[in-house]
Design a binder for this molecule. Structure first.
Ligand code: ATP
Length: 311
């Protein structure tokens, strides 16, 4: 793995005493699309704000392409484009002036060709001479994205990019994100929408109460989703899985009273008939059989709402 961002032991306690991030470690791969899922207040915006140098961490370190975001702030920040949740444009400026200024702030030489491309990609070219205050809400959000791309960042953060936007803008944004990824830009997006993570991401991370509960390749997660489980509740507990069953994908739980068999939900043969025959041959009796299939939604709900911390 070639990480572009390395986060280690990152914690944040706000002045109120609230701990928003707890010892978070994460490596973000160069060129990937990483979706960070999590409920309201999980710490996603805090994490992004620390990486972008807008909020100070209480402890821990963030390196962006090897540059420490505190000691080497300018070099690190220059590599990053941030599309925040809230509108932060100067309403009196024109679209073109906003982009030009933003590019200049990052010390990049003027490049009208690049800015034109960005504006055309976001269907904003016709609006380039308009003052931002005269644009619709959707157009203002497009300007936020254009502004984040004006200095040609290597990493783009999108904080809940599609919350409350219409279908057309959502589709345009997804297409743009894919194009940027094809150009080698690393993209991190936060979202509440599981479908968005499924549709867009190479990897999915789940944050809950300031902790990274899981970060996994989407394909691996989807494979796990494609698997089904059959639970066999036994009459008598087993101390271990008998040798006759050793080749099957089985695990023993519930103090030896339950055998869990995992199989591919889409396979032609589940192998259940073989399992039951082998159980019979080995003289293992069971009371009950129960099958289940999990979805990304289940995994997410379980992770996020699973064990609530005592309040
Ligand atoms: N400046 C602050 N002072 C005190 N607490 C804060 C501050 N900013 C955020 N918090 C708290 O930190 C927690 C994490 O907030 P954060 O905005 O990072 O969550 P989030 O995952 O981005 O949520 P959302 O999905 O709602 O945007 C929340 O409980 C929030 O109330």
């Amino acid at each position: 793995m070639d990480p572009i961002i390395q986060i280690s032991g990152l914690s944040k306690t706000y002045e109120s005493g609230f701990q928003a991030l707890k010892q978070l470690d994460l490596s973000i791969r160069r060129g990937e699309i990483l979706a960070l899922l999590g409920p309201n207040g999980a710490g996603k915006t805090t994490l992004i704000s620390i990486i972008c140098g807008l909020v100070n961490a209480s402890s821990g370190q963030v390196l962006v392409d090897g540059h420490d975001t505190v000691r080497d702030y300018r070099a690190a920040r220059q590599l990053i484009g941030l599309v925040p949740q809230e509108l932060t444009n100067n309403m009196f400026d024109t679209v073109w002036a906003t982009l030009k200024l933003s590019r200049g702030l990052f010390g990049k030489r003027p490049d009208a060709v690049h800015l034109e491309r960005v504006l055309r990609d976001l269907s904003l070219w016709d609006k380039r001479d308009e003052r931002i205050m005269h644009l619709s809400g959707g157009m203002k959000r497009r300007v936020l994205i254009a502004k984040a791309l004006a200095h040609e960042p290597d990493v783009l953060f999108l904080d809940e990019p599609t919350a409350g936007v219409d279908v057309e803008l959502r589709r345009d944004m997804w297409a743009l994100v894919r194009r940027l990824r094809d150009q080698g830009v690393t993209i991190i997006l936060t979202t509440h929408y599981i479908e968005e993570a499924e549709e867009m991401a190479d990897r999915i991370g789940v944050i809950r109460q300031g902790e990274l509960m899981l970060v996994e390749d989407k394909q691996v997660l989807m494979q796990r989703l494609g698997s089904k489980q059959l639970s066999v509740h036994l009459q008598q507990p087993l101390r271990e899985i008998p040798t006759a069953l050793a080749d099957l994908p089985l695990s023993l739980t519930d103090a030896g009273y339950q055998l869990v068999y995992t199989y591919d939900a889409h396979a032609e043969r589940s192998g259940i008939a073989t399992l039951l025959r082998l159980l019979g041959d080995a003289g293992i009796e069971y009371k009950d059989l129960h099958s289940s299939q999990s979805s990304l939604e289940d995994i997410f709900v379980e992770l996020v709402h699973g064990e609530q911390e005592p309040t």
